[in-house]
Design a protein around this ligand. Structure first.
Ligand code: UDP
Ligand code: MG
Length: 326
């Protein structure tokens, strides 16, 4: 683009062919009315329903569309990651492709960023149009995440968010970490995190791409994120500490056993009824020592892996990119 866009709309999608034309038209209407230079970045996360053909057709008519297509389904996090890397706007807005998020929120979100200088603002689907099986566990999920991260948001996983460009670019989203973007931003040092109540619509076309397993995965991701965030570059400090404690405990028990033996047979000169190796405590000590040692090995392996840490590499099979459109 000759003028770099003011806003980039990043849209991850997986089999959302029916929604795309309506979504694109709506976003275009909103942004053209504002007269803001913009770009829409579609990231097709390996759709098999012809979404890419729809995007190609839309891009023919709208020069503000850029798009990337994955070879296979890598997940929403990967799609967002690629979208963020390519976005050129001053503000980056993410939005689901299924018309559940409203493009009418774009302008108020940008204004709020401008006025209040946030690093990121997360949408809050206060009135949510999803089945109870989703909204109820979601409340629990958000409560736990609030407690663990200390960020007072109601709706961490809302697809509708706005970032200052610098913030989005600083996030390296992998696995299924898209549920914790505000936490990742905070850990990257961007602490001005806002929240805005946003409109939410029932899904109009297609089906949800996330089942109930999202909550188990989400919880496991939260634990590993907290772990990775603290020990990423020093896994030995985690494993080694536990290993060391267990090892010391084992040595303590052995010292106690040997001490008893020495005390009874040499000091008191009495016959000890049971040999050291006949006592349960001895085996507890043995097991503890072995587990402790294993944890040390885990620590070393962790260090080895961390020292080679590489990122996921996505295979982008096609792109509609406009480095310098006419
Ligand atoms: N999505 C994606 N890759 C996936 C799963 C989902 O890009 O593997 C997209 C999906 O197309 C939609 C957004 O992520 O644009 C949110 O997904 P969905 O609407 O299914 O989630 P829900 O609204 O049910 O939480
Ligand atoms: Mg949805």
């Amino acid at each position: 683009m000759n003028t770099s866009p003011y806003v980039s709309i990043v849209i991850p999608l997986y089999n959302e062919a029916e929604s795309l034309p309506e979504l694109e038209a709506w976003i275009r209407r909103v942004l053209e009315q504002q007269g803001w230079p913009y770009e829409i970045i579609f990231v097709d996360d390996g759709s098999t329903d012809g979404s890419w053909r729809v995007i190609e057709a839309l891009a023919q008519k709208n020069p503000h569309i850029r798009a990337f297509r994955f070879q296979r389904n890598y997940g929403k996090s990967a799609a967002l990651n690629v979208g963020f890397r390519h976005a050129r706007g001053q503000y980056i807005i993410t939005m689901d492709a299924d018309l559940q998020d409203s493009p009418d929120e774009i302008v108020p979100l940008v204004n709020m960023m401008e006025k209040e200088g946030y690093d990121l603002i997360s949408g809050w689907k206060k009135e949510r149009h999803d089945p109870l099986s989703k909204t109820l566990p979601s409340k629990l999920f958000n409560w736990v995440t609030r407690k663990v991260t200390g960020i007072p948001l109601h709706d961490f996983n809302c697809g509708l968010k706005i970032y200052r460009s610098q913030v989005a670019k600083a996030l390296d989203i992998h696995g299924e970490m898209h549920r914790y973007l505000p936490a990742m931003a905070k850990w990257a040092g961007f602490r001005r995190i806002g929240e805005k109540v946003v409109k939410h619509y029932p899904r109009k076309y297609g089906v949800t791409k996330f089942g109930l397993e999202r909550f188990i995965n989400g919880f496991l991701d939260l634990m590993s994120m907290v772990f990775v965030q603290r020990f990423r570059r020093r896994p030995m400090h985690f494993f080694g500490t536990i290993g060391l404690l267990l090892f010391v405990a084992a040595m303590g028990i052995v010292a106690y056993l040997v001490g008893m033996k020495v005390y009874y047979s040499w000091v008191l000169q009495v016959h000890v009824p049971r040999e050291v190796v006949d006592m349960p405590l001895f085996y507890i000590a043995l097991t503890t020592a072995i587990i402790g040692f294993q944890l040390f090995l885990a620590g070393f392996l962790g260090e080895l892996i961390a020292s080679h840490s590489s990122r996921d590499d996505y295979r982008v099979m096609a792109a509609i990119d406009r480095s310098d459109p006419a």
